[in-house]
Design a protein around this ligand. Structure first.
Ligand code: IMP
Ligand code: MG
Length: 187
């Protein structure tokens, strides 16, 4: 388990603790990149990232994968601005051809599994040669769909986290660390 440290001064009213710090994220992202590089060696890699929460993670991850790759995005968001999962809305479709490609689907966090379940089904319908999934974070306790990720950065407890791409009502994505939002922020 990562150790919790206090957040920077200017965020003390909103952020309860730093769950995973910058250095710890960087080290783990390099490890994930290494695993992916080894598994995808010699393949025709198409990385498909889900907007918007993957942006910082994806940028760090792909720069440490020394393989030829294409990169594309799908826009998918749970309808609603809060902390509870809602109806899925596609805001951007894939632009590149996924058929016969070795696809790596990248998302920020695997929570109930509803997002990944729907996106995996949608991608499989395009007949990729293979499909693997990479998430930065995973909360195992809230799973409602049968879905697992092939690459997981960190397993975290059932707390609402923000930063390094993850948002609450579209805010906090720019924080360089992953922190626990104070429950009174969304209560
Ligand atoms: P799932 O569909 O329930 O697996 O949730 C996936 C999506 O819910 C993620 O892509 C996030 O946008 C959001 N989400 C789930 N847990 C958190 C959290 O702790 N912080 C921020 N976003 C979260
Ligand atoms: Mg998201």
């Amino acid at each position: 388990m990562p150790t919790a440290t206090p957040p920077p001064e200017h965020l003390r009213d909103e952020v309860q603790s730093v769950l995973i710090g910058e250095a710890e994220i960087a080290a783990r992202v390099r490890e994930l990149a290494g695993d992916i590089e080894r598994d995808f060696a010699g393949k025709d890699l198409l990385a498909v990232a889900l907007l918007t929460g993957t942006v910082p993670f994806l940028a760090d991850l792909v720069r440490h994968i020394a393989l030829p790759m294409r990169l594309d995005f799908m826009g998918v968001s749970s309808y609603g601005a809060g902390t509870a999962p809602g109806e899925l809305v596609y805001t951007k479709e894939l632009r590149l051809e996924a058929r016969d490609r070795d696809v790596l689907l990248v998302d920020d966090i695997l929570d109930t599994g509803q997002t990944l379940r729907a996106v995996i089904d949608k991608l499989n319908a395009l007949q990729p040669r293979s499909l693997k999934t990479c998430v930065l974070l995973e909360k195992k306790s809230r799973r409602t769909e049968s879905v697992t990720a092939d690459y997981v950065g960190f397993e975290i407890p059932d707390e609402f986290v923000i930063g390094y791409g993850l948002d609450y009502a579209e805010r906090y994505r720019n924080l360089p660390f992953i922190g626990v939002l104070k429950p009174e922020m969304y209560a």
